[in-house]
Design a protein around this ligand. Structure first.
Ligand SMILES: *Cc1c(COP(=O)(O)O)cnc(C)c1O
Length: 367
């Protein structure tokens, strides 16, 4: 099947081989590329995310840039007396699940013959894009807020990317990159839809690791929504494939101090209201103006899910709890676990619940 780029209404705009990343009106693009997953066909393939090769819109295998990433362990885990499953996505090459998206996006960049990209990030997406560009021999420029964790900045520089530290907010870094993207291809994790063609493998893997069973609820962080939107795309394919019938409830977790989706949820709205943004220890989800905010809200409502917020104290408590059990994750990941802890208070007994460790603690230790 040959996919194509669409606008938010699903109208066809461009072929996937055009080097574009936005619609004529500047809004982000989507990719239409539904695919049927055949469990028998992939059964004996290598355990990485490329085992779902047919689902990844790349023409030629020779363009694949890969560290053999994916198929991270899905651990059974006791939390507050309940059994849940946690996908260990902090174990990727660069220390976060963003490698799923970068693997597919940078492979496509190579296929398009692009020699240089720009990207903006609060750290992890920049590190992923920089690492895959290093492997592909593609030049890259990464725009970050100057107050990003030092270890993430160091990591990005070590990969050989050109780092631009922007004095200002996460949104200021995004505007600077957006401007630069008039000249160079924008390998943005939130705008460029190829990134989501990688994060959707998160859903396939979890379903396969549960023996092709679907969870009842999934607890996911909500910043720019690369996991939430990827999860949705992946699950739509699983439903189309006849593997499962229903979309699990999506429980989106935000930091209380920066919670635009929660504000929309409380208003029962799709539109994201303007919020006051405060600093939070969960730097990876401190996104006040998510470019795909409405898209995320639509999915959360469709799944019969909700938006939860967690306080700074709750994040730190869960960060410590996880560390004491031997899991050194970053505070942003601890926010998701704090959200799960909260969700469990009202979950029914028999619910199959899944969440993830999104990033390694090793990258956020130095402020
Ligand atoms: C990017 C990131 C998130 C949040 O993902 P969004 O795509 O912004 O919703 C959560 N945790 C970590 C560690 C991240 O790097």
């Amino acid at each position: 099947m040959k996919g194509y780029f669409t606008d938010f209404e699903g109208n066809r705009l461009y072929d996937l081989d055009e080097p574009v990343w936005k619609a004529p009106n500047d809004s982000p693009l989507n990719i239409y590329f539904p695919i049927k997953i055949d469990p028998l066909r992939i059964k004996n393939r290598k355990y990485n995310l490329w085992r779902y090769r047919e689902a990844i819109p790349l023409n030629d295998d020779r363009n694949i840039i890969s560290f053999d990433e994916g198929f991270t362990p899905l651990l059974k885990f006791m939390l507050n007396g309940r059994t849940v499953f946690i996908k260990q996505d902090h174990l990727f090459q660069t220390g976060s699940y963003k490698d799923r998206g970068a693997a597919v996006l940078i492979s496509k960049v190579k296929e398009l013959g692009i020699r240089k990209v720009v990207q903006d990030s609060s750290g992890n997406a920049g590190a992923s894009v920089a690492a895959y560009c290093a492997k592909a021999g593609i030049e890259c420029e990464i725009f970050v807020p100057a107050q990003t964790s030092r270890s993430k900045l160091k990591q990005i520089e070590m990969y050989g990317a050109r780092l631009f530290k922007i004095n200002g907010s996460r949104e200021d870094a995004a505007s600077a990159a957006f401007e630069r993207a008039e000249k160079f291809y924008y390998a943005s994790h939130c705008r460029n839809p190829f990134f989501f063609q990688g994060t959707k493998t998160f859903a396939y893997e979890i379903c396969e690791q549960l023996n092709w069973k679907s969870p009842d609820a999934v607890i996911l962080p909500a910043g720019n929504g690369t996991l939430i939107l990827g999860w949705y795309l992946g699950f739509k394919d699983l439903i189309l494939s006849g593997i499962t019938e229903k979309l699990p409830k999506i429980i989106a977790v935000q930091a209380e101090r920066c919670a635009p989706l929660k504000a929309a949820f409380d208003l029962k709205s799709y539109k994201i209201p303007v919020i006051k943004k405060n600093d939070t220890i969960a730097e990876g989800i401190a996104i006040a103006e998510p470019v795909r905010g409405e898209q995320m809200m639509k999915i959360i409502y469709e799944s019969d899910g909700k938006v939860l917020t967690v306080s700074e104290e709750e994040i730190v408590t869960e960060w410590k709890n996880m560390s004491r059990r031997g899991f050194y994750i970053e505070p942003t990941s601890a926010a998701t676990i704090a959200g799960m802890s909260k969700y469990l208070e009202s979950a029914s007994e028999d619910e199959l619940i899944v969440t993830t460790f999104t990033g390694s603690g090793l990258k956020s230790s130095l402020k």
